[in-house]
Design a protein around this ligand. Sequence first.
Ligand code: SF4
Ligand code: SF4
Length: 277
Amino acid sequence: ACTCTQGNMNTPRLNLGHPCFSTKGHGNTGRIHLAVAPGCNISCNYCVRKFDCANESRPGVASKVQTPEEALATVRKVKASGKGDKFVVVGIAGPGEPLANEGTFTTLRGVKRDFPEMILCLSSNGLLLPEKMEELTDIGVSHITITINTLEEQVGAQIYSYVRWKGQTLIGAEAARTLLHNQLSGLEMAAKAGMTVKINTVLMPGINDHGLNDLSVEIKKRGAHLHNIMPVIPQGKLAHIIPPSREQLAVRRSSLSSLLPQMTHCQQCRADAIGVF
Ligand code: SF4
Ligand code: SF4
């Protein structure tokens, strides 16, 4: 049966009770972020590594990294609390790259075993997505967010300082090419596996803004269900960048909304956020 909540045949699995995958606001459901993934395999120039992964978190506040055992204890505690049944989602979003940390998989398996009804979600830079896809579907991950910032290698070379791939450190266009290839194949595989796929794009005026339309067309073609354009936070190697204004962001989202549903309520939550939206 079609589980679409948006009345749009192109977005058949949208939302499914997941607060971050609804374009109409968060509603009254909650999600638990487990910060079990400290390591990362790429270097985004807008990232400050002592804080959380900028791909899915509010920068400036560092999460306390937990072991998988501690993370499971957190889920048990939240589920046993008075509002426990409102928490339907467990998400792993950092503080680094979830797929580059074994703790992510141990934690997700533990949650599935103890709370099989919970929705499992993670965010990723996409580099390891193709090779981890089988494991993710086996565990039962149903929602995934991939951060894809550009389709162009030369632009990617300005965004990523390096990509660690198969024991090598790639830089420049080669790094961007490898990352993009895996992001797009991973997106396609996730959509084909029946996952709900959201794409985050960090809008960096003067760097990647000219390519947003083509990016949106491509991710739609590959099977993405939702697009979330996020304003760059000036920090790290991009500390000098001028972020888009609220109005510029709204114009972008509105012009791209004819291609894919756009997120407008995302608060860029922290990697250890626990809350009912
Ligand atoms: Fe930082 Fe996330 Fe980029 Fe890794 S993927 S460098 S943690 S923003
Ligand atoms: Fe929501 Fe992202 Fe966390 Fe998933 S990883 S629960 S989409 S904020």
